[in-house]
Ligand binder design. Structure first.
Ligand code: SF4
Length: 420
């Protein structure tokens, strides 16, 4: 298990903190025009219910700033206390000043130091945002992005380089310095240290790892990790998981986002909440956080007698996604369950025995039966056309009997699951 880097903790609301020993927070961002209240509420809800603890919206103009309190009120009316983050570029100081209800409704302001203003205006604009954040007791994220890195700062670092640093290394230094100087400036203007989160996003995996390692060594602010412009779903998820996985394994990172370009078509890859599920899968794969029961399923091979096991793995996964928000409050520990859905006798019984519940479907030339294992023991053997439904019932019964609030029982479950 990675040892988390020590950081300050930033309170977003009474139940959500970022940094220190608090769970690593999954976040995401809408792609609706914020002024379209209906569409924005709908997407915030989708992301939040998928597990995004924080949702960011672009606040780019007056209409967007005016819409924020209404979006917040609509969500609150539905009982959804979603921490909303405002993403500001160029005119944040004006919008936050002109629309105090917007400033009050947001939980956090994202400030890009490269886009706050140029020359003499930079410091004034930046400090205006800081004063508003202070007055409203809000957190800020100083979000440096290499696509909009402060060019004066980059020039300063290029001029300073005596040739010993590569171009990329100069960029890492300038990115780090942009974030840390801005944090110092915010604190000099009265911003408490425990209200500041930092990010230094780049779009190439090795760059991201290098720049975050540099920043992690140099400060104790919580870090928001994300590969910027990660790309289309498969490329974006793989690249983000590669970069974030390495950093998280080194204990670096307190909140994460995968910035995926959704597919233009239909289906799972076009679903905006894919970026939330991908973050959850990453944190769960690293055994850092748990969100839903995990399914181990084999890829299938020449021994597979049909596609039924793929279908069953998908059906169980969909069933879990449908049920998880209902299960979690009722059945503590349910998110740590391990389920195996396997295609034949070669690895099926073995893998199934290591799971809390496993099913091994019949492969080619095997008897058409599906043994089900619970905690390593053969529980029953399913056959016929109703295997999926019967397996879901066995899963329901297991959850009801094993995941309940008594502390001793829950601890037993956690220990037995971790041991498997
Ligand atoms: S468990 Fe059986 S079907 Fe699945 S990959 Fe292994 S050998 Fe193939």
């Amino acid at each position: 298990m990675a040892v988390r880097r020590k950081t300050t903790q930033v309170k977003l609301n009474d139940s959500l903190y970022i940094g220190s020993e608090h769970p690593i927070v999954v976040q995401s961002m809408t792609n609706t025009p914020t002024s379209d209240i209906e569409a924005s509420v709908s997407q915030v809800k989708q992301l939040y219910l998928a597990g995004s603890s924080v949702v960011r919206l672009t606040v780019k103009d007056e209409a967007g700033a005016k819409a924020i309190p209404q979006i917040d009120a609509r969500l609150q009316a539905e009982g959804l206390n979603v921490p909303l983050v405002g993403d500001f570029h160029y005119n944040g100081h004006l919008l936050l000043d002109q629309f105090p209800d917007c400033a009050a409704s947001l939980t956090k302001y994202r400030i890009n130091p490269g886009n706050v203003g140029y020359g003499d205006k930079h410091d004034y604009n930046f400090e205006t945002i800081i004063q508003i954040a202070k007055a409203n007791d809000k957190a800020i994220r100083i979000g440096v992005n290499w696509g909009s890195l402060d060019q004066d700062l980059l020039t300063e670092f290029m001029d300073r380089n005596d040739g010993s640093l590569s171009f990329k290394e100069v960029i890492y230094q300038a990115m780090k310095e942009s974030a840390l100087r801005s944090a110092e400036q915010a604190m000099a203007a009265g911003m408490p240290e425990d209200k500041i989160i930092i990010s230094v996003k780049m779009s190439e995996v090795p760059d991201l790892i290098n720049v975050y390692r540099e920043v992690a060594k140099s400060c104790s602010f919580p870090l928001h990790l994300g590969l910027t412009e990660a790309g289309t779903p498969v490329k974006g998820m793989i690249s983000s998981a590669a970069a974030l996985g390495i950093l998280l394994q080194e204990g670096i990172g307190d909140t994460i986002r995968m910035s995926l370009t959704p597919s233009a078509g239909q289906g799972e890859l076009a679903d905006r909440s894919l970026e939330v599920r991908a973050c959850q899968e990453l944190l769960q794969a690293l055994e850092l956080e748990y969100f839903k029961p995990s399914i181990t399923s084999c890829p299938g091979c020449g021994r597979t007698s049909s596609t039924y096991f793929q279908q069953l793995a998908e059906e169980i996964n969909e069933y879990i996604l449908e049920q998880i928000n209902t299960w979690k409050p009722k059945y503590p520990g349910v998110e740590k369950l391990k389920i195996a859905v396997m295609g034949c006798i070669v690895n099926g019984p073995g893998e199934s025995k290591y799971a809390d519940i496993g099913i091994s479907l019949p492969g080619d030339n095997e008897e058409p039966v599906a043994p089900v294992y619970i905690e390593g023991e053969l529980h029953t053997t399913l056959r016929g056309d109703n295997i999926s439904q019967e397996f879901k019932e066995i899963l329901d019964n297991y959850i009801q009997s094993h995941c309940h609030p008594e502390p001793e029982r829950r601890q037993d479950l956690i220990t037995s699951t971790m041991g498997s």
